[in-house]
Design a protein around this ligand. Sequence first.
Ligand SMILES: [Zn+2]
Length: 665
Amino acid sequence: MNPLLEIQFRVPFDKIEAAHVEPAIDQLLTDANARLEATIASERPLHALDTMTEKLDYAMGVVRHLESVATTPDLRAAHNAIEPKVSAFYSSLPLNEGLWKAIQRYAATDEAKALTGTMKRYLTKTIDSFKRHGAELDAAGKARLQQIDVALAEATTKFSENVLDSTNSFDLVIEDEAALRGLPPAAIAAARASAESKGRSGWRFTLQAPSYLAVMTYLEDRDVREQLYRTFSTRATAAGPGGAAHDNAPLVVKILGLRKEKAQLLGFRDFSDFVLDDRMAHTGARAQGFLEDLRHKTEPRFHEENQELESFAGMKLDPWDIGYWAEKQRAKLYDFDEEALRPYFPLDHVVNGMFDIFGRVLGIRVTEESGVPAWDSQVKTYAVHDRASAAYLGSFYADWFPRENKRGGAWMDSLITGNPVVAKPHLGLICGNLTPPVDGKPALLTHREVETIFHEFGHLLHHLLSRVEVRSLAGTSVAWDFVELPSQIMENWCWEREPLDLFARHWETGASIPDDLFQKMWRAKTFRGANTQMRQIGFGYMDLALHREWDGSGDVIAWSRAVLQQFSPAPFPPEHAMLASFTHLFSSPVGYGAGYYSYKWAEVLDADAFTRFKKEGVFSASTGSEYRDKILARGDSEDPAVLYRSFMGRDPDPNALLIRAGLVR
Ligand SMILES: [Zn+2]
């Protein structure tokens, strides 16, 4: 039997092959079409709608996941073959006149009018969604909209492939040990292991994050830093690694054009207004105004920081100097070397400590499971239970280390959305590209990597602790400018003494972080805080500017470079093309497109919400229980502004963010 055809809580990852993909998806599409007809004929189409595509969602979730973590040429080909038809099917649903009429018919019934709570919200959102998807367009408009969605799916898939292929098509092998001066031992060992894995002598560096960032932060050899920076910032361009075969510039133009056409077809001014219509920010102008405000509050300190760095370095700095000199300046000012923390963050302690902390705070118990099939031998599986009732809430996979067949970054995903009404558990996953173990030592992480784990675990808990009975409104299916609250708030626990003492233990001695090191870590936290903030504001601003202001003519790479330059500490080289590898914006039809601002938006929420834990106790089970019940458990069953107020008793206060970034004292 084809293992993708039935929803299996124990996903048979050991049995799924590329050859299963096309026949399974074809059959599930047929099945979904039959269910669609049944839904249209149903007396209660809203209820049927919520589970109509569950099998197809599951199979596609598994296939997309495998394409992200264990890709092969066959799997990629199968994925690319089905993606357009699946995308066409999904985008045809809110255009289906029969379904639209059935929902309208139902909306007019006494039952629908009497709906309350989550079901009422589901009905309203469903009707809005039909309208936003063109339910009120004429036949020609509907046909064009469907073409646009299919074209967007293809172009954005190709965009991410180009980034992955271009990134992988470059490496730099250094043969002379003296040329490694400045690099910490962990980075040298990783580079040696990387060369060895290719059967080569010397030390191998790549454009993958751990390797690239180590070079940019520590390597004394300025020419190598420059070479790597220039190569990294031209990924997926004609002049970049891999060459014209992976050029994303034409795809960016195509994607932006299609998005604008779609928004205007649906009666919106531009893509940002279309996307933000059902988010907390509501319009592109409001989001851009939010960033403008933060920019003005950040700019004075930003300029000061940059002047301080140049006087420290005693030279005019290029972009490939910034990270290097900033690290030197930090070490000098704070006598603090980030690498000194690594021995305190062995992956296993960090992960188990994290489970322990949020076990206490949120009233859950996380335990490792064995014998569960996965896509790679490095993957671990865990079960989550409620502490008080012992109820089984769900399971998740954890896949921490980089591989060549895995995409970069860190993320969580859901595979199965449970239902509290029938005690159906959730299934999710968490993936990263963390520093792997070398030289027989455990994997020793940077503090930033620790934050990343906590962050993704927050997303995962939003999914696993959901108590929403409507699948479409459960877990992380919330407005994009709200979805980062549950993840970003977790990072705060990586900065408090008591939780750190639980999990940050020296891998050899078991000692906790010495107090002076802890103090330095705190002082260094706000070091160049305005630059960190400005960088995020810049990405968000460039994103909104592209989707609101770019007129579609001329060189989009040059245009976006000029916008981003205003937020950057040093002048970019003329070939700089960060946009071409900006997967957040272009690797899916919507993704973070016109939504990058939401990181900052959510930071305002998380900095502010954490002030309650700070005041009432970072291990406070009563505050944690309220947070779990009022935010994590609620998904999108209520307006996020209402959920936020129910936890905090008031609207968010942006000041907490400015204080945390060290911009207000
Ligand atoms: Zn996130």
